[in-house]
Every structure is written in structure tokens, then in C-alpha cells.
Ligand binder design. Sequence first.
Ligand code: PEP
Ligand code: CO
Length: 444
Amino acid sequence: MWTPTSWRQLPAAQQPEWPDEDRLEEAIAELSRQPPLVFAGEARALRGKLALVGSGDAFLLQGGDCAETFAAFSADAIRDKLKILLQMAVVLTYGAQLPVVKVGRIAGQAAKPRSKPTETVDGVTLPAYRGDAVNGLDFTAEAREPDPSRLVRTYHQSASTLNLLRAFTRGGFADLERVHEWNREFVVESPQGQRYESMAAEITRALAFLRACGVDVSNDPTFHTVDFWTSHEALLLGYEEALTRRDSLTGDWYDCSAHMLWAGERTRDPDGAHVHFLSGVGNPVGVKIGPDATPDDVAELAKRLNPDAVPGRLTLITRMGAANAEERLPEIVRGVRDLGLPVVWSCDPMHGNTFTSEGGYKTRRFADVLAEIRTFFAVHHQEGTVPGGVHMELTGEDVTECLGGAQEIVDANLATRYETACDPRLNNRQALELAFQMAEMLRE
Ligand code: PEP
Ligand code: CO
């Protein structure tokens, strides 16, 4: 019998060592008295959109920070993140000639799995940073102590974030002509953008064509508002449990902390607490699939998470690394395809391509990110399956965290604006450049 608390009977990987269980339970109780952040009907609507992705009738763009923080929380940062995702989506819509389902890693993406439970600097060992929902990034014993009040603060910050996102996406900020105008600025004003001039000009002509046909591009709601969905890794199960509510319409349970939730590479044990928890909520869910996963592992996950073969319910997010994808991806894809359960295939070209630069920065190469996406499209083409979308770590700001791109960021530049609390993100220009490159691939 699944209940929102039944995960507690199972081993849960990657949970913080909270110093005081009573304070944790008090925080969870407080969260369970708060209003839901999203509604069940919205999560169902996203599931429907993802079903279209699964059948090749839409494309998925999921992206945002590796880790949202309290310090970087501001209206401008939220606006800029939404802005870059909307800019990418317009380019991809044109490239794929399909609607783009836009999902942010936002409004709750504040808990991180870590490869090691502790961190040692100059002989001092402290608990690892696990995201602002758990502890602080500063390397002091005080900051690193897990603090349950951070769960409550995460909820409130997520509520504010969502409020702003809802206003932006309904209030005209997402206007198609305006978003396209931002893209034209990138193309015209930046040297990186110039090679995409012809595609930008084609989009300009397509808009002019619509206007000539009498479509009121400036005022028709279709061009004026967008659907934007939220997602995060369902890592801290107490937080997720507290926000899981029974839908009054269907009687089913939904995790109302976000529209979509996913299990990470380190928490996808089919017998573990995370997969069990996600198996019981009605939201669309995802699982990260790394290079060590076997076809049997993935088939088992598909059976546990989508036993009723609901289209759009399960997204498999492969993150093999550019070097492994060609070898690892085909058998995984074939295994699930032959099982006959519907899934959405998405490519996370970030997490398999992380390394430490000579200068000591955790980084990724733009070329590797692009290469993994290219392999993802090629493999699905070859296996007759649908390459549904991508899952990116990016930011709307001009940070210097990933190497390369037409901007040619090199190791020595990383120090300029290396601001991530966890993994390196593509900056706004790298992200848009990637969208143009993907659009070219989609046209092929
Ligand atoms: C992440 O998405 O930030 C992450 C930790 O990914 P993964 O579980 O794939 O390593
Ligand atoms: Co990450």
C-alpha cells in the first residue's frame, strides 16, 4: 500500500544527517500545513503535453540552475532565467516545427545529491554542501550543519518564484515578437550570434507572413502567453511528502511541490525510497540514467514508474557523457523500446561531461554538450525511437562556468564569473547558441 509516508520504511539514499529529528519533523509538519504550490490538474496537463513529446508531436526543453540558492534569489535572476528559456524555445520551435514544452529546473531545485558525504579542505573535514534546502555553502562547521528551517524557507522562496513566473508568462513578458526581438539582438550584436543570422531572418519572415495573413500576432493570446512548468529533483522526501496532497477531483495523490519531479542518478534504486515515493504520485516523473545503468535496470524502472503504460508519465533522462553515449545509449533505448511501455526520452548532456579543469574549476565543454546531444539524436533515429527533448543546466546571466562556445571561454576565464553553488551552467549566450545548433540538427 502506497501512502505519502510509506517511503519511510525503505532505505533512502543521499539524505542529510539532520542533527535533530524532532526539529525535522516539526518542519515537515509546518510544510504540510502550507498551501500546495501547484495543482493536480496542472500536473495532469503537463503529463498530456509530455505524451505529445513521447509521440514526437512536441519537443521538451527542461532547464535551469543546478542548485537554486537563497543568495542568488531575485526578481531579475528569475526573469533572466525565464527569458533565456523562452528565447531557446522560440528557436527550437522553429527548428523542430513543433510546440516546445517548457519546464524549468526552478522553484524548488535546492537540494543536491553528493558524490561524497564530506568535504576536506586543508585537513579540515566538514559535511558536504547539500543545497540551500539543507545547509550553507560556506566552509564552516556552522554553515554546513543541516538545518530543517531551510526546508520551510525553500518552500516560501519557491512560492515567490512561482508567483513571479505565473505573472511573467501571463502578463506579456513572453510575447513571441518580443522574445524573437531579443534573439535578433543576440544575432546582430554578438559575434557568436552572427552565424545564426539566416535562421533568425527566417523566423522574422514567418512572423511577417502570419501578420500578412491577418493574424494579430501582437494581441492574440497564443502569441502573448506561454505555459511554463516547474520541476526539481525529488531528493528530500520529507519535503516532498509534506507537499503531497490528495486531488479532490480524482482522489489520487499528487506531489504539489512542482509539476514534474525526478529521481537522480544516485537515488534511482528501484527498491529504494525515492523510486517508491515517485511511483505513488500522479505527476509526470523523470529518472536520470547514467552510463552504469544496464538495460535491465532501466526496464525495471520503467515497470515500477509506469506500470499502467500512461503516455507522458515517465521521462527517461539519459546522461551518459559524450564519450560513452554512442556505446551505452543504443542498448538502453532498445531495451525500453522492446518492453513496449511509453516513455519520453530526454538528453541531459551536462552531468556526464563534468570534469575539473587545470585551473581547478568544475566545468564542462560546450563541444561535449553538443556532441552528446548529437549522439542522442543519432541513436534515436537509428533505433526508431523519439528523441523527445533536452535537460540543461543554464542561467540567464553572463557567467563563466562552462568552457568554449563561440564565446571561446577558456580555463583562464572561468574565474571571472564562476558563481554556481554546485555544477557549471551554460551562460545565456552559450545556451542560445546551443539552441540554434539544436535547431539545425532538428531540421536535419
Ligand atoms: C542534477 O541534475 O543536478 C544531478 C545531480 O544530476 P544526476 O542525478 O544526473 O547526477
Ligand atoms: Co547538476
